[in-house]
Write a protein that binds this ligand. Sequence first.
Ligand code: URA
Ligand code: SF4
Length: 199
Amino acid sequence: MGSLEEELEKLRVEVENCRRCPLHRGRNKPVLGEGPAPARIMLVGEAPGYWEDRQGRPFVGAAGKFLNELLAEAGLKREEVYITNVVKCRPPGNRDPKPEEEEACAPYLERQLSLLRPSLICTLGSHATARILTHFGLKPQPITRIHGKAFKAGSLLGEVTIIPLFHPASALYKPPMRSLQLEDWRRVGGLLAELGLKP
Ligand code: URA
Ligand code: SF4
């Protein structure tokens, strides 16, 4: 294995050339993710949307703008967290990714996890929540029931805390979701101190 930077670069090139699922056909730019490496905190969204696909960067559209507000509510700057998605290519018309597409793309997320070794993972929305909980051997549960709660999981890389959160885009078409999400992220802020992730 090369250095962390070399391994991440290798991953970027692989994703750029990936044809493991049909989503490669409609993509403009795949979105691997961005942020510090190693990453103490990792955010996992669902899939790139229109602007992410144009720019090759995660959460740069309207949902991303709200995500920046949510991060601020937790006392976090965007540059302090690594942000990625369950699938790296945009589904046509922003439809939900299909289970087989998520399955095809899963090895990339798994490599990101083992390279970046986050101690806190915030899952954004039901897709990321189900994926990550299952990956760490936990039982998936509805996001409406477990949002804002902390789950501990052991892994080969040490203890990981997982906090399921609503997808920021849900506030764009359901305004009451705004305050609910801001509240959850304030709780994330409190947890950061407990976990020693923020001075
Ligand atoms: N929604 C997501 O799930 N991910 C992005 O990167 C942008 C919007
Ligand atoms: Fe490959 Fe993932 Fe893109 Fe599908 S979504 S083509 S598996 S990188």
